[in-house]
Design a protein around this ligand. Structure first.
Ligand code: PBG
Length: 340
């Protein structure tokens, strides 16, 4: 049975030539007019490393994400390399016995992150490796900086971050990513790296990092959540502020950041857009653990289609102006984008 075409309403009749749907009628034209696109080159895969051998632990609040011992991590990075993912970001789960108030394990050249970086670079020299500069995995109080008399102290922390960056660079890390939000750390780390001969090591600044509720699952994954005394609001940004993010980014660029990041991602797409427009720098968005957990939870309940929702979220970062995205779903996304 055919249905008779309804009468064209008068409102449309006045503009018979303008039909927005013409550009949407089939895949080939939709591909031609697409304003943004997502590809494997846009993905950075954050991974968690744990002590031991042949060890694999699920992170309960992040279904599908595992902490891996170095040997298994190298295999997993091999998989990422095979899929064409350009870089991984390595985060350590540090044993409680090694956490101290001075976070001294952070500057041990043979600590877990450094060993993981050496193993990855030995097996896959062409894979980009990113390390956080921040003390939280190593600090018994769970803070990104050193706590003195209840305060997270800035300059003493920056001095340790410089040493941390150097041990990581020496281990073979390509990009130091300060995620601590101390003032002045980008310039100080740049100087420290240059003085040690690491002028080719890049700095990706977590420039606009908000004091967010969406980091909870990450803190489970690195085992810092249980330790955290108080909150991080005295150094991470207030979610109410957008202009302040531009000032943070401007400072980090002036101090020598090669690229900047906005974090979390989805709740801060406006900030991604403003940062990209104001500075035109390589700009990254971090789809953080809580964003991943929300997506996974809804999908595991059958409430959302994982593949479609994931690609739509990742594309939204590109549309907002990001050059790339850190996502725990990087391998899933890479497979989907390659049509596998
Ligand atoms: C630590 C750090 C955090 C994240 C990356 N580096 C957590 C925090 O600041 O508490 C969050 C990543 C995520 O939630 O996925 N400085």
């Amino acid at each position: 049975m055919t249905i008779a075409r309804p009468q064209v309403p008068a409102a449309l009749g006045g503009y018979p030539r303008i039909r927005m749907r013409r550009n949407r009628q089939s895949p080939w034209i939709r591909r031609l007019v697409a304003e943004s696109s997502l590809c494997v080159d846009d993905l950075i895969w954050p991974v968690f490393v744990v002590e031991g051998e042949n060890r694999r632990e699920s992170v309960l609040s992040m279904p599908g994400v595992e902490r891996l011992s170095c040997d298994l991590l190298v295999q997993a990075v091999g998989e990422a390399a095979g899929l064409g993912v350009p870089a991984v970001a390595v985060f350590p789960f540090v044993e409680a016995a090694l956490k101290t108030p001075d976070a001294r394990e952070a500057i041990n050249p043979d600590n877990l992150v450094c060993r993981a970086v050496r193993a990855i670079k030995a097996a896959f020299p062409a894979m980009g490796v990113i390390c956080d500069a921040a003390l939280d995995p190593f600090n018994s109080l769970g803070h990104d900086g050193i706590v003195c008399e209840g305060e997270v102290v800035n300059d003493a922390t920056v001095a340790i971050l410089c040493q941390q960056a150097i041990v990581q660079a020496r281990a073979g890390c390509d990009i130091i990513a300060p995620s601590d939000m101390m003032d002045g750390r980008i310039g100080a780390i740049r100087d420290a790296l240059d003085t040690e001969g690491f002028e080719r090591v890049l700095i990706m600044s977590y420039a606009a990092k908000y004091a967010s509720a969406f980091y909870g699952p990450f803190r489970d994954a690195v085992g810092s959540g249980g330790c955290l005394v108080g909150d991080k609001k005295s150094y991470q940004m207030d979610p109410a502020n957008g202009l302040e993010a531009l000032r943070e980014v401007a400072l980090d660029i002036a101090e020598g950041a090669d690229m900047v990041m906005v974090k979390p991602g989805l709740p801060y797409l406006d900030v991604v857009r403003r940062v990209k427009e104001a500075f035109g720098m390589p700009t990254f968005a971090y789809q953080v653990s809580g964003e991943y957990a929300m997506l996974k939870a809804a999908c595991l309940n059958g409430w959302l289609d994982y593949e479609r929702a994931l690609l739509e979220m990742l594309l939204s970062f590109k549309r907002a102006g990001a050059d790339g995205v850190l996502t725990y779903a990087a391998l899933d996304a890479a497979r989907l984008l390659r049509g596998e």
